[in-house]
Design a protein around this ligand. Structure first.
Ligand code: INI
Length: 154
């Protein structure tokens, strides 16, 4: 039999959430989803979760990297919403947020989940932040819990 390693959804320790204020009517719904997920997986949100607010998705990576390097957190959730209609530099903001968050995870070895919505319309963002298509903040937080548990086994 091969050895199969997989992360469980066992409760985790200290978690940081980086959330951008840009499009906050969407991102704060993602934050609600993330906190709901942590608390329903047994995390004491009052004691073990730190929330860091940044102006926009472009600023998320530098904060995620600093939090990861601090050694204080088992995992980091990044939440934002980049909506095409709202900007001419959509592609740049998306690409820098994606690359930067990924680099922060690979450089630090700390699991970081990518909960930055990149949508063509506000409606698509609303659908993914607690309505028709669920709550991406909840989903990416569940993935983070799995990755924290998986990395602890490797
Ligand atoms: N930031 C976002 O998080 N979402 C957006 O849709 C967005 N738009 O549309 O411009 C956005 N821009 C701000 C950017 O993230 C930075 O905060 C800004 O460029 C200052 O560095």
């Amino acid at each position: 039999m091969p050895i199969i390693l997989e992360g469980s959804f066992k409760s985790v320790g200290t978690i940081a959430i980086v959330v951008s204020r840009f499009n906050e009517f969407i991102t704060y719904k993602l934050l609600d989803g993330a906190l709901d997920c942590l608390s329903r997986h047994g995390v004491d949100v009052e004691k073990s979760v730190t929330i860091v607010k940044v102006p926009g998705a472009f600023e998320i990576p530098v904060v995620a990297k600093k939090l990861a390097d601090s050694g204080k957190y088992e995992g980091i959730v990044c939440l934002g919403a980049v909506i095409k209609g709202a900007t001419a530099h959509f592609d740049y903001v998306c690409s820098e947020a994606t690359k930067g968050i990924s680099a922060a995870m690979l450089d630090s070895g700390v699991p970081i989940s990518f909960g930055v919505l990149t949508t063509d319309t506000i409606e698509q963002a609303i659908e993914r932040s607690g309505t028709k298509l669920g709550n991406k903040g909840f989903e990416v937080t569940q993935n983070l819990i799995e990755m924290v548990n998986l990395l602890a086994k490797l």
